[in-house]
Write a protein that binds this ligand. Structure first.
Ligand code: G
Ligand code: G
Ligand code: MN
Length: 500
């Protein structure tokens, strides 16, 4: 039946009836049966080809669907780990935030990033780094509850959508579990890698602007806090962090023009010879005299300046101003300048400092450079090169805040330091703790045996000054002798040290 119908349709549609008539006239001699066989043959053929064509089209369509689906999956997947990527996370966050708030199930976003991943990648190569990231993804995935979503944002940064039972469910347990599991060693071939993770957490509920960006930014702020407060830990977002980030942005904006306007000025804190109470020099301490913020202390702007790449200019500007002011000081009075670890990356540092000394006529022999221990941690070879170059030009080198950072005694022996500044935390605790007194005594003895002089920071009482003098400490600094001030105080401090 179908064959007949199709045959009739084809014959009609393509005017083959006429052709057939012509054909039958021409071949009247042939029998009707033969004709019918031919017609049927044509109909069957046409049917066969149309079915085949429609099957082909259907296969092509399915293939296209499959390829499109695969491309969509690829676009939402991180190729290395197979986790969701940033785009996927965004779209999930967006749709969850758009859910009607009454029905929406509460959730939190965690961002974590790895501690000590970069050195492994740098030292052992990207292949090892890639394998490590894959193992991390697997291990982190193993800590999640079903329905939670793990994504890789890029590099060593991951994000997590955690479903919470109620708006203020405590998810510290999960955060702790995850961080602990990532701090267990990873094995890659023969290699054992120790890394760790820091995490920032923000709850979707209570986030005023309900956008993925706002939520991720909150988790990021909390992560930043976790990292600055010791790594290997987690922090929940708090509104105060937003205010702090806002202040930071404001400070960075203002800081750029502050150097040119001369708003960052040197303050001077006296360094006292403990033997005779005379001022031997001054530490240069930065102060920002801002027209509306007032006097800004370095703890609020030095880190910003370091991150914004402004610390080099600030430091050199302070040195220039200080050298100019020092022209009227007694000969031989020295200046002590703090150099940030960031400045060590500038291989022109010692040349730039010498240019200022030449221009202002200040002697290199009267310039002391203070470096914190952390400057030596990042790249001790770069630090060594700069230190040797500064020393070769006649400057003195002091290791600042000794005892608070990560330096090893090896650094003290192998780098050309002249002086060690004992951190004020030791000096402060000397009065109550016999242990601290022993420690300070040991530090001074060790410095002397290495041929280094010592300065004690944060001296506030006569008793401290006296004790340090008896222990053989050469130089003292602290509120007892003078706070940082915009003018160098040219007074003799006879008697300040009491019985010394
Ligand atoms: O000045 P204060 O007295 O508040 O100093 C706080 C901290 O800021 C100290 O650790 C000091 O070393 C640092 N600091 C002060 N001035 C400078 C500077 O010019 N450069 C750098 N790198 N650190 C500074
Ligand atoms: O560069 P350094 O970290 O050493 O800077 C010295 C810091 O110690 C500055 O912030 C300075 O204002 C502060 N300071 C200096 N003397 C004293 C002191 O006697 N007591 C206290 N509490 N702080 C001091
Ligand atoms: Mn200092």
């Amino acid at each position: 039946m179908a064959v007949t119908l199709t045959g009739t349709f084809v014959l009609h549609h393509f005017d083959w009836f006429e052709a057939l008539y012509e054909f039958s006239r021409r071949y009247e001699a042939q029998s009707f049966d033969d004709m019918l066989v031919i017609v049927l043959f044509i109909a069957v053929g046409a049917t066969y080809f149309s079915i085949r064509r429609s099957l082909d089209m259907r296969r092509e369509y399915e293939l296209r669907l499959k390829v499109e689906g695969r491309m969509e999956t690829l676009a939402l997947t991180d190729a290395l780990t197979g986790l969701a990527n940033r785009r996927h996370l965004y779209s999930v966050l967006k749709s969850r935030l758009e859910e009607n708030s009454a029905e929406a199930s509460p959730f939190a976003v965690c961002i974590f990033d790895l501690d000590r991943f970069k050195p492994i990648n740098d030292v052992h190569g990207h292949l090892v780094g890639d394998q490590l990231l894959q193992q991390i993804a697997q291990r982190a995935q193993g800590q999640l509850r079903s329905g939670d979503m793990l994504a890789r944002l890029g590099g060593d940064e991951f994000a997590l959508i955690v479903n919470t039972r109620d708006v203020d469910e405590d998810i510290s347990g999960l955060a702790e579990r995850l961080i602990t599991s990532l701090s267990e060693p990873f094995h890659i071939d023969q290699l054992v890698c120790h890394i760790g993770a820091s995490m920032g957490i923000a709850f979707a509920q209570g986030c005023a602007s309900q956008t993925p960006d706002a939520l991720l930014q909150r988790a990021d702020l909390a992560l930043y806090r976790a990292k600055t407060e010791g790594r290997g830990t987690f922090r929940f977002y708090q509104d105060a962090m937003d205010a702090k980030a806002h202040e930071r942005t404001l400070i960075e904006l203002e800081l750029r023009s502050a150097v040119e306007k001369g708003e960052i000025r040197p303050y001077f804190q006296p360094l006292i010879c403990l033997r005779d109470g005379r001022i031997e020099g001054y530490e240069i301490l930065a102060r920002w005299d801002h027209p509306s913020f007032g006097l800004v202390t370095p703890d609020r702007f030095i880190t910003v300046a370091e991150e914004a790449g402004l610390i080099g200019d600030i430091s050199l500007s302070l040195l220039k101003q200080a050298c100019e002011q020092a022209r009227s000081w007694p000969k031989g009075t020295y200046l002590s300048l703090n150099i940030s670890p960031v400045q060590f990356r500038d291989c022109q540092l010692s040349t730039k400092i010498c240019d200022i000394l030449d221009r202002t006529g200040f002697s290199a022999a009267c310039l002391e450079i203070e470096i914190t221990e952390n400057a030596l941690v990042h790249d001790v070879d770069v630090a060594r090169r700069t230190l040797i170059s500064l020393k070769a030009r006649g400057m003195t080198l002091a290791l600042d805040d000794f005892g608070t950072g990560y330096s090893s005694l090896q650094h003290l022996r192998s780098l050309p330091f002249d002086k060690l500044k004992i951190d004020q935390s030791f000096v402060t605790s000397m009065s109550e703790s016999a242990e601290s007194r022993k420690l300070v005594k040991a530090i001074i003895a060790m410095s002397h045996s290495l041929g280094l002089k010592t300065t004690a920071e944060g001296i506030e009482t006569h008793a401290q000054a006296l004790r340090l003098t008896q222990m053989g400490c050469e130089t003292g600094q602290g509120y007892l002798f003078g706070k940082p001030s915009p003018q160098a105080c040219q007074i003799l401090l006879d008697g300040a040290i009491g019985a010394a």
